[in-house]
Design a protein around this ligand. Structure first.
Ligand code: NDP
Length: 306
């Protein structure tokens, strides 16, 4: 029987692990399908306090994990396939293993959204990517498209200019949603071109198992065009990883967990931290902060138990 199990090993989960481990609770961290979370998919993090020169995302995660391990946190690979929160101890299944725990911290984050095209699914990993920082290198000397108009799109597009000859930002409106500073950087970069008011109708060529172009439709004129590109990056945001808890934990209309009084969910003893409950801030530092809160609340919950 565990005192604390933490689902997720991103910034939120690891901060919760540091706090719970320092409180001698010997937390178990289940690392999840996207171990290390969003920070492992990024490069330089310039806004995490304490690093005036910036820090590489994967390095920051590695440091947090080391810190948690040194205080006694345990780590397990794999992801939770079933969770029963209907009674305590809570029961989790990770593959064939059954884990019982007195408290649970859900820090399972949010995953990249897809457009939902059949060709996109078939070409994922064959020229279609949701992670510029992971796959940008493969597009050296090539032309690519990035879909979306938010900060994720902006970051991806800027990163890709390191490798690609031209980066085409395809956005369904004629105005970006990205923050002003990112917009300025995009507009200043000569390698970045914009295809406004357009949606991707299809990605070619699923049969050849490689990306050769995109079929675009202008939403204003309805005109359809073909644009030759060698890669497509989907940068349209994220979806919370909460499917496992549907019907058990309260969620909002987008599936983000609802918490009250800090990180408490509707089930006593279950706490939530990080992007899985945050559709507003979604920053490394806010995730870390909420991980700390969740661990402190789990500790208090255990202390108050008979
Ligand atoms: P956002 O929801 O902010 O943006 C998503 C973008 O994708 C929007 O432009 C949206 O279009 C477009 N989009 C969504 N669905 C589709 C679709 N099906 N087809 C075509 N286009 C679509 O998500 P982000 O991930 O960019 O950002 C989330 C939060 O994280 C924000 O608060 C952001 O500021 C923050 N963030 C900050 C970063 C930084 O500071 N460096 C980096 C990344 C994220 P439309 O505009 O028309 O809705």
């Amino acid at each position: 029987m565990r005192n604390v199990v933490i689902i997720g090993s991103g910034c939120a989960g690891l901060t919760a692990a540091i706090y719970a481990a320092r409180a001698n609770l010997k937390p178990l961290v289940i690392r999840g399908a996207e171990a290390g979370g969003q920070l492992t998919l990024t490069t330089l993090v310039e806004n995490f306090p304490g690093f005036p020169q910036g820090v590489q995302g994967p390095e920051l995660i590695e440091l947090m994990q080391k810190q948690a391990s040194e205080f006694g946190a345990e780590f397990r690979e794999g992801h939770v396939t079933r969770a029963d929160l209907s009674q305590r101890p809570f029961v989790l299944e990770v593959g064939k293993e059954r884990i019982e725990t007195r408290t649970l911290i859900v820090a399972s984050g949010a995953s990249a959204k897809l457009l939902g095209l059949e060709s996109e699914r078939r070409l994922l990993g064959h020229g279609v990517s949701t992670c510029a920082t992971c796959d940008g290198y493969f597009f050296r000397g090539k032309e690519v498209a990035v879909v979306g108009g938010g900060d994720t799109t902006a970051e991806d597009a800027l990163f890709l200019t390191r490798y690609a000859t031209q980066v085409n930002v395809v956005h369904r409106r004629d105005q970006l949603r990205a923050s002003k500073i990112m917009q300025d950087r995009l507009f200043r970069n000569e390698k970045i071109k914009f295809i406004w008011n357009s949606v991707v109708e299809d990605i070619l060529d699923a049969q050849k198992r490689e990306v050769t172009g995109i079929k675009l439709r202008n939403v204003k004129t309805r005109e359809e065009t073909l644009k030759a590109v060698d890669g497509v990056f989907i940068g349209i945001g994220h979806e919370p990883n909460t499917g496992l808890f549907r019907g058990q934990l309260e969620m909002d209309d987008l599936g983000y967990l609802i918490t009250r009084e800090g990180s408490k969910t509707n089930v006593p003893g279950v706490f939530a931290a990080g992007d899985v409950k945050d559709r507003v801030y979604r920053q490394a530092i806010t995730a870390a902060g909420s991980g700390c809160m969740a661990a402190m609340e789990a500790e208090r919950f255990l202390e108050a138990e008979p």
